[in-house]
Design a protein around this ligand. Structure first.
Ligand code: FES
Length: 180
């Protein structure tokens, strides 16, 4: 019996603007679908390329893997690593593992939430910062620790965190539209 060709959603959906990157993503997803256990690698690959897994892509992924949209959505929401929206321009990761917890990480986490006005696994309203937990940065002897844009920082106090966030903001490219 000849396999029925699958419908292609991303590049031929009539009447919709199609992001040209999605043609490539479709090939990536299809490549993983041919392998057992390919769903997670496919999702990682999409997120590595785009920074998130667009909700509009779920139908295509479900089709390729012969799953329902709910099943794919369930996998994406089960793993906090996966994003359904783009990350902020900066990513602050606060270590929440044991050594840091013992030396004030909870207070630091609370300060980060309050200062940024968003919870973990979320992004500030202006898109500047995403706040993420991390479980040990290898700086246990200098707890509490954070990572800002891939750069580790040790013995972080709330004041030090404020300074780090201020510097990150100051280093952002000047955007005339931001200054009224
Ligand atoms: S527990 Fe935080 S760096 Fe190791």
């Amino acid at each position: 019996m000849t396999a029925k060709p699958r419908a292609r959603l991303l590049v031929k959906t009539p009447g919709k603007h199609v992001d040209p990157r999605w043609a490539l993503l479709r090939e990536v997803v299809a490549g993983h679908a041919a392998r057992p256990g390919g769903l997670l690698p496919a999702l990682h690959n999409v997120q590595d390329r785009l920074g998130f897994v667009p909700p509009e892509l779920i139908s295509e992924i479900a089709l390729e893997f012969n799953l329902s949209r709910a099943e794919v959505h369930g996998v994406i929401t089960f793993y906090p690593h996966f994003r359904s929206a783009p990350a902020g321009r900066h990513t602050l990761e606060v270590c929440r593992a044991e050594s840091c917890q013992a030396l004030g990480a909870e207070r630091l986490a609370e300060h980060a939430r309050s200062r940024l006005g968003c919870d973990f696994h979320a992004t500030t309203g202006d898109g500047a910062f995403s706040l993420e937990p991390v479980y040990c940065l290898g700086l246990c002897a200098q707890s509490p620790a954070v990572m800002l844009d891939g750069q580790p920082h040790a013995r972080v106090t709330p004041d030090k965190l404020d300074r780090l966030l201020d510097v990150a903001r100051e280093l952002e490219p000047y955007n005339a539209e931001d200054v009224q």
